[in-house]
Design a protein around this ligand. Structure first.
Ligand code: NAD
Ligand code: UDX
Length: 452
């Protein structure tokens, strides 16, 4: 099928590449000329594992094209995907203006009959609004707007797209639903993924409610972690025990420094704003947002107490991406955590395998280092903030030798406390009560209580 993709960020690029690999003829367009230039040279503008190879495979099939003229992308397409950003407005609601602009731009270019597919995450009612914008330009009848939310995660985008838990198609126009079923046919044939055909409103709501729920699982386990830390339990084991209940499941129960990224914080805020706008406050989600924001700075204060740091102390932060396997720092815990360290007068050295160029624009006055050991050199404390696999394989002896102090904060619980202690360092995880017999714990628990 002839497909156009408007907006080639994490979602648009992944959708375009994967649809091309599934046998469709795909033309991708983006307003950012720098991005288009890289793509035309076969280089992904983002760090995403497997993306470059997938682009090469699609190029070999001659089914994936990057076109700088919007009209060339849209002309003749049976489905036009909109995958532009939907950032937060100051009140938490989404900014629909990028989608509205894209809808206005494609409206005169659509061939009859075209399905406009909204891949971006939108609040309930947005597809109807976009439909009205296109109708104002070309009248009714020869197009339809369908919601088709995306559930991929950064760092595993291609695999997630190719192995979806479900495909949601939100439209009451039979021509549009037939087009989308045809489009996803090869994927469904491979994976047996369930397809839910429903209204646009239901589809929009599914996406926001799903992300709010997943974020709530994380927010919940983070609070349980704090309780474990005080009460002498270990959240990693508690999460395992909870997750073995099939009604709960093990996913998204990893305690950490708070959820970040371009989706969970923004989507939770949008869901809460939708609740307020409709006079049905989503109080659980409102509380979740508040707690998650507070957590990122509270952890920065907590380390000062635990490691007994004074003004001028050096803290090495390992990982600034919001999660492993991405260069994305949007709403990363590091963006709140590092300034909170600097506010206390600490000097921050940092390293991330992929995200330093993007993070450097957001985080001034950080000493960026070429690896974890350089970051740890002369540090009073080391903090692991992102769950990069490389950090699980650190040479802890070498790290310890480079440090001035001896405290290691593992805010992703990715290291073995015993292995850290064996190298002469004091280990603090998230929600881990510490090593048996560690008498410092009692004193620290009181200090943490004071810090919070
Ligand atoms: P992104 O910021 O990485 O990419 C958006 C792209 O759209 C940019 O390259 C921008 O230049 C381009 N763009 C903006 N206006 C345009 C226009 N009029 N014409 C052509 N291009 C235009 O965004 P993203 O992370 O891919 O997210 C896109 C949407 O998908 C958002 O609604 C997001 O919530 C949703 N989503 C994101 C993820 C994710 O993991 N990032 C997952 C699921 C859903
Ligand atoms: C998320 C959703 O999972 C995906 O369905 C949606 O389409 C886009 O938003 P993404 O933001 O790429 O994907 O990553 P995800 O793996 O969901 O992690 C989001 C944040 O939660 C990260 O900061 C991550 O570190 C954190 N997280 C995740 C935890 O703290 N604990 C967990 O158990 C899982």
């Amino acid at each position: 099928m002839d497909v156009a993709i408007i907006g080639t960020g994490y979602v648009g690029l992944t959708t375009g590449v994967c649809l091309a690999l599934l046998g469709h003829e795909v033309r991708c367009h983006d307003v950012d000329p720098g991005r288009m230039d890289k793509l035309a040279r076969g280089r992904p503008p983002i760090y995403e594992p497997g993306m470059e190879q997938a682009m090469r495979a699609a190029a070999r099939k001659r089914s994936l094209h990057f076109v700088s003229e919007l009209a060339d992308a849209v002309r003749g397409a049976k489905a036009v995907f909109l995958s532009v950003g939907t950032p937060s407005l100051p009140d938490g609601d989404i900014d629909l203006s990028y989608l509205e602009a894209a809808a206005r731009q494609i409206a005169p270019l659509l061939a009859p009959f075209t399905t406009v597919v909204v891949k971006s995450t939108v609040t309930v009612g947005s597809c109807r609004r976009l439909e009205q914008i296109i109708r104002d330009v070309r009248g009714a009848g020869d197009f339809a707007v369908a919601a088709n939310p995306e559930f991929l995660r950064e760092g595993s985008a291609i695999d997630d797209f190719m192995h979806p838990d479900r495909i949601i198609i939100g439209s009451d126009d039979e021509r549009a639903t037939t087009t989308l079923k045809e489009l996803y046919g090869p994927l469904v044939a491979r994976t047996d993924a369930p397809v839910l055909v429903t209204s646009a409103e239901n589809a929009e709501m599914v996406k926001h409610a799903a992300n709010a729920f997943l974020a709530m699982k994380i927010g919940f386990i983070n609070e349980v972690a704090d309780l474990c830390e005080r009460a002498g339990a270990d959240v990693t084991t508690v999460a395992k025990g909870i997750g073995l209940d099939q009604r709960i499941g093990p996913a998204f129960l990893q305690a950490g420094p708070g959820f970040g990224g371009s989706c969970f914080p923004k989507d939770a805020r949008a869901f809460a704003a939708t609740g307020r706008r409709n006079g049905v406050p989503q109080s659980l989600v409102e509380t979740l947002i508040e707690g998650n924001d507070r957590r990122k700075t509270a952890l920065a204060r907590r380390i000062a107490f635990k490691a007994n740091l004074r003004k001028g102390a050096v803290v090495a932060v390992l990982g600034v991406a919001f999660k492993a396997a991405t260069d994305d720092v949007r709403e990363s815990p590091a963006l709140a955590f590092i300034p909170a360290l600097q506010d206390q007068g600490f000097v921050v050295r940092a390293f991330d395998p992929q995200a330093m160029p993007t993070a450097a624009k957001e985080l001034p006055d950080v000493n960026w280092c070429s690896d974890a050991y350089e970051a740890a050199t002369g540090a009073d404390a080391v903090v692991i903030l992102t769950d990069w696999k490389n950090f699980t394989e650190l040479d802890l002896g070498r790290l310890s030798e480079r440090m001035k102090g001896s405290t290691l904060f593992d805010f992703r619980n990715i290291l073995q406390p015993e292995a850290v202690a064996a190298c002469g360092m004091t280990y603090f995880g998230v929600g881990r009560a510490g090593l048996p017999g560690d008498k410092r714990q009692y004193v620290e628990k009181r200090a943490v209580a004071a810090a919070n």
